[in-house]
Design a protein around this ligand. Structure first.
Ligand code: G3P
Ligand code: MG
Length: 273
């Protein structure tokens, strides 16, 4: 089981990898998360045009790749991620924007060193099976967030592919599956009794929360920080659920949450380990 590999109270989960010191969702961000001592990491899964499961956060490619500079892709605006094949996605550079934009000011502060700056420029968009290989070799647990592909209701193909891949790679016990699209989680549970499920919630809780989590045989609840109150945490933990909240970057808030056993999904894992 996923949580057997993790501390009983609280945990540090690197959000999209150690994304304050490396470009999000790249191998470098994953390696940095592990290196800095995070207990696990969170990453985002989408599907390419040709049905490959790929690691990428945004619905479009513009913010975190160099897609706008590729002549061949000029007429593909607004560059929807799911309109590119896996091999087209692999032509893109998902790292260099990080040096240019310095989104966490860690380039300016010098926290990102020369060696890392070189590595940043040679990243590729990852395929899910690549990160599962890393997960297995290093026994580094991963929270896979399945992004809502905005497909019609009942089109849950992505879940079937993902569960198949976890079975084939024998990585089920190192994976927590989370999603805002709860239909995906229900499908995952129907396909596997073993998969650990984390229910993501933004702005409001599902009604009858404990019953809701029970019905899914969920292992964890993942509320956004604003709705993660500590009374609720106690109730959930008493009922046997883990609680991991996102995105917790403020140090006092993180300490407060960790003290009551909440896991934190953070952009700054290196601050808390
Ligand atoms: O898994 C929690 C968090 O990652 C959800 O939001 O937009 O960062 O994927 P987002
Ligand atoms: Mg995510």
């Amino acid at each position: 089981m996923f949580f057997d590999n993790l501390p009983e109270n609280g945990l540090i989960c690197a959000h999209r990898g150690a994304r304050s010191i490396a470009p999000e969702n790249t191998l470098l961000a994953l390696k940095k998360a592990k290196e800095c001592g995070a207990h696990c990491w969170e990453t985002d899964v989408r599907m390419s045009k040709d049905g490959e499961l790929v690691i990428f956060h945004d619905e479009t490619l513009e913010r975190t790749t160099d897609v706008t500079t590729h002549k061949a892709f000029r007429n593909r605006q607004p560059w929807y991620t799911d309109q590119f094949t896996a091999s087209e996605l692999r032509e893109l550079d998902p790292g260099s924007w990080f040096l240019r934009d310095d989104p966490f000011s860690t380039i300016a502060s010098g926290e990102v060193g020369t060696e890392e700056r070189e590595a940043i420029c040679s990243q590729k968009i990852l395929l899910l099976h690549e990160i599962l290989e890393f997960t297995k070799i290093h026994r580094f647990p991963v929270n896979l967030e399945l992004k809502d592909l905005k497909t019609p209701p009942d089109d849950v193909t992505i879940v079937d592919r993902l569960i198949n891949m976890l079975q084939e790679t024998e990585t089920m016990d190192l994976v927590l599956l989370s999603s805002f699209r709860h239909e995906y989680l229900h499908r995952a549970r129907a396909l596997s009794q073993k998969i650990a499920i984390g229910v993501l919630a933004e702005e409001q809780h599902p009604p009858n929360l404990i019953q809701y989590l029970d019905d899914l045989s969920a292992a964890a609840y993942h509320p956004e920080e604003d709705i993660c109150d500590l009374g609720l945490v106690n109730d959930l933990r008493r009922a046997g659920f883990r609680v991991n909240s996102w995105t917790i970057n403020d140090i006092p808030r993180a300490r407060e949450m960790l003290a009551v056993g909440v896991g934190i999904i953070t952009d700054w894992p290196q601050r808390f380990t």
